[in-house]
Design a protein around this ligand. Structure first.
Ligand code: B12
Ligand code: SF4
Length: 533
């Protein structure tokens, strides 16, 4: 059910009850002691849990806020007496969220799930939470806070029909931002947002069906000024899915509110928006990091301003463009998706290696093609073709597994290529070349730390382990080929280790989900519509 919650009506005094609310932001899925995690995880926090906490406080409730970065002890920190607990989760933190929900329900709490996992896999999440949020507005939240009742065994799906028109700004969220950033020892990056959705329609993307909308630039201006009273030189990361669509409006808002180059900004933007005049203006305004998506040498040319150009032709154009970006922006991460259907043979990987040579200053972020439930229209096609594998959510982060059978590669062959490319990208000669090509201490330090941690050498080690199992263990290979659904011990053990004591609380059945739930829900909807007509 989508919309306002309908449960048994409670007496009027219930509506006035001040609730003890806890909001948990799952930034990590496992305890960790890694240096990179320690320095950076708090900077990867989601801004919506801060919004939810702010809204709950504004509704008069008592709020505790818990950003989980991997260093906290849940045993000590989880609330024992909360009436309602909101958990914000990605899919790769979903099993942790499910176990926590089970544990908190045993303490008497009503549990709520929101965030990317709730948007991508609502059907599954409803089995383990009283409420599961899609698009979230303050009015909907108010209804749920008032309702605050058990919905079991199947929770209630609550979703607005579109993204909210406004969100609390930095000043309003400050208590929760500060609590999160107090966990970051050096760089403290504040999450901000000025737009939602996207006017483009890349069929693999969660935003392809979400209309582009701007938030209040007056609020942004106020927030930027406020931040300058809190830090000598603030850092801000824009969570807009595609920053800079309304480029002039954005830059004018920044220029009108703060002195040039007085805040360090990071943003995710299509290469097509990064023309030289735009780059000049970004530089003047203190933009330090840009994360353009290149995705593939054989697909999605509109994102990288290469139109119908493919292969080597696209590579030459993109490398030249990225080098120009690096002339203005010190830190550039270029995002690629590995295993797309248009890729075949060694060529896509060889071109990426060539890109490393041609644009040595950029940090390449590789994602394994992953179909996140009902995130994108393209996923319906994958599900129709029965190509989606039921890897537990714990591994769905575009790195720990690829949940689609590659169209043009066998698994061992695919991992051979991935390993070769990763080894090349994070080889010592490439790392040294990258450091030489970068300007300034901070891009060098960040690139070095990332290369020797999980984003580089850690991945290489993990991929090699997967390849070894694929070659040596026939049941492991059978799982990847979709011939069995019996989860290989390798994955089971990882989940157990990562969840630690919370493994005991993982609800029965949570390791498995229906990979075709989206397709089935669409079919059901069609039948319902037909019946109604
Ligand atoms: C900004 C961003 C990031 C930032 C910030 C991450 C963060 N903690 O939010 C950075 C760069 C760090 C990042 C990293 C990653 N990301 Co990211 N990211 C995004 C992006 C582009 C925007 C998210 C956003 O803030 N939107 C603005 C908010 C206002 O809108 P919204 O997210 O739709 O939220 C609405 C509802 O869902 C709801 N809601 C959201 N949260 C909550 C919480 C509660 C409690 C409630 C009640 C409601 C609620 O309210 C909002 C208003 O309607 C999305 C794509 C997208 N457009 O969603 C991908 C996306 C969320 N990322 C994704 C992935 C895979 C990752 C990584 C795993 C990639 C990787 N391999 O490293 C990491 C994981 C980081 C982590 N902490 O675990 C996937 C998630 C898929 C999934 N099901 O898990 C997405 C959807 C992109 C995709 N591939 O489709 N990401
Ligand atoms: S991939 Fe980027 S450009 Fe394409 S729809 Fe998504 S946010 Fe927009």
């Amino acid at each position: 059910m989508t919309g306002t919650p309908h449960s048994v009506k409670a007496p009027i005094f219930f509506y006035m009850k001040k609730l003890r609310v806890c909001v948990i932001d799952l930034i990590n899925k496992t305890p960790s002691k890694a240096v990179w995690t320690r320095i950076m995880n708090a900077n990867f926090a989601n801004l919506m849990p801060q919004v939810i906490a702010t809204w709950c406080e504004q509704e008069g409730h008592e709020v505790c806020f818990l950003p989980y970065t991997g260093f906290e002890d849940f045993e000590k920190e989880i609330p024992k007496d909360a009436d309602m607990v909101f958990i914000s989760s990605f899919s790769h933190t979903a099993l942790l969220a499910y176990a926590l929900s089970n544990r908190l329900r045993a303490n008497g709490a009503i549990t709520v799930l929101g965030g990317p996992h709730a948007r991508c896999y609502p059907q599954d999440a409803l089995k383990y939470f009283d409420y599961v949020f899609g698009f979230t507005k303050k009015e909907l939240l108010r209804d749920v806070l008032q309702d605050c009742s058990q919905h079991r065994p199947v929770g209630q799906h609550v979703s607005a029909n579109k993204q909210p028109e406004s969100l609390p700004g930095v000043r309003e969220r400050w208590r929760f931002i500060k609590q999160t950033l107090d966990k970051a020892p050096f760089i403290k990056i504040v999450p901000m947002i000025g737009s939602m959705g996207c006017p483009y329609t890349c069929s693999f993307c969660i935003d392809s069906t979400v209309p582009y909308q701007l938030l209040s630039f007056d609020l942004i201006k106020e927030d930027l000024q406020f931040l300058r009273t809190q830090f000598k030189r603030p850092w801000v990361v824009w969570h807009d899915p595609n920053f800079g669509i309304k480029f002039d409006e954005y830059m004018t808002a920044i220029e009108e509110s703060i002195p040039p180059d007085s805040i360090t900004f990071i943003a995710e933007s299509s290469l097509s928006l990064l023309s030289e005049p735009h780059l000049q203006r970004l530089k003047n305004n203190g933009f330090w990091g840009m994360l353009p998506g290149i995705e593939s040498w054989f697909d999605l040319g509109n994102k990288s301003r290469t139109g119908k150009k493919e292969g080597l032709e696209k590579l030459n154009r993109v490398a030249e463009h990225v080098n120009m970006v690096l002339d203005y922006i010190p830190y550039v991460q270029t995002n690629f998706v590995l295993g797309l259907d248009n890729d075949a043979g060694p060529l896509p990987f060889e071109l990426s290696k060539k890109f490393i040579d041609m644009s040595p200053g950029a940090f390449p972020g590789y994602s394994l093609l992953t179909s996140y439930g009902q995130a994108a229209p393209l996923n319906l096609e994958y599900q129709r073709e029965n190509r989606v594998l039921p890897f537990p959510f714990h591994f769905l982060n575009s790195f720990h597994c690829m949940n689609l059978k590659p169209k043009n590669y066998s698994w061992p062959e695919f991992y051979d290529h991935v390993i070769d490319l990763t080894a090349y990208t994070f080889s010592w000669p490439a790392i040294i070349k990258r450091l030489r090509a970068n300007r300034g201490t901070s891009p060098r330090l960040v690139n070095f730390l990332r290369a020797v941690s999980n984003a580089g050498h850690g991945r290489l080690k993990y991929y090699k382990e997967i390849r070894r199992h694929l070659r040596q263990d026939s049941s492991f290979r059978a799982y990847f080929d979709g011939e069995t659904t019996e989860l290989p011990a390798f994955f089971l053990q990882r989940i157990k280790n990562d969840l630690g004591p919370l493994w005991e609380w993982l609800p029965e059945g949570a390791l498995f989900h229906d990979p075709n739930a989206y397709l089935k829900s669409q079919k059901r909807l069609k039948v319902e519509k037909k019946d109604a007509a």
